[in-house]
Design a protein around this ligand. Sequence first.
Ligand code: SIN
Length: 288
Amino acid sequence: MDGMSTLRNRVETHPIAGSLGAVVTGVDLSRPMDAHTLAELRTALLDHLVIFFRDQALTPATQLAFARHWGDIHLHPFMTGMPDQPEVLEIRKTPADKRNFGGSWHTDQMFSPKPAMGTMLYAKQVPSVGGDTMFSNQYLAYDALSDGMKRMLARMNAVCVGDKKRGGVSRKDFNAATIAMTTVEPPKDVQTTSVHPVIRTHPETGRKSLYIGNHVHYFEGMTEAESQPLIDYLRAHSVRPEFTCRFPWQNGSLAFWDNRCTQHFAINDYPAETRVMHRVTICGDAPF
Ligand code: SIN
């Protein structure tokens, strides 16, 4: 990755870490977007994996309009969108909440047969300090594995589950006891368990990455007990500090990340304050 690079037009990217992540300047996301700018943003996303925009003034409708340039909108089967804009999920944490949404390393909707390609998160109200989000580069996590491990994982698939019912408690009941955001049982016709390759190939860059978010329950053809030690190893490996960046939010910031080659983690370190974010998730392809 280079230092500050000027893309063809007015879009500039400013990396925030050696591994991934860049702040993009020169774009007002609330305005209609021309094809040239969109192409520059796609290049920035593919190069940096997560791109950040500061000082944006977005409504749910204008955030959604920007998101629609990237594909159809992926609705979260367990969470309910905003009443007048169901494609936008409001992520709200107040001092009354014990947990936060997204507070473990994961990649979005890995339990779906076609997991989300990308996610756009817009900051409406951020705490005075804390509430950052971390990201990890899963190309680097793959590249750093030994050849032997790469060979073994190349033949393996993971069973990814949206509601693991740990201790017999459903996601809906667990969330009801710990966060105020409403969690629902998914419609019966929506698939929330899927089998995906542990090493996936990015459909646009052709690069291989490790695909091991928190929805991985066990490896196909193995028991949970047999799978767990390797899951633990790979999950720890996938978020080594040198693969990560950390984004400090301000009101009006927007992050757009590529779920096909990253994981992210929302840090819960603002117990006495409120954080409100608006999230739109874009449909993706079946991993291969
Ligand atoms: C998420 O996992 O989508 C939420 C991330 C955040 O709130 O920082």
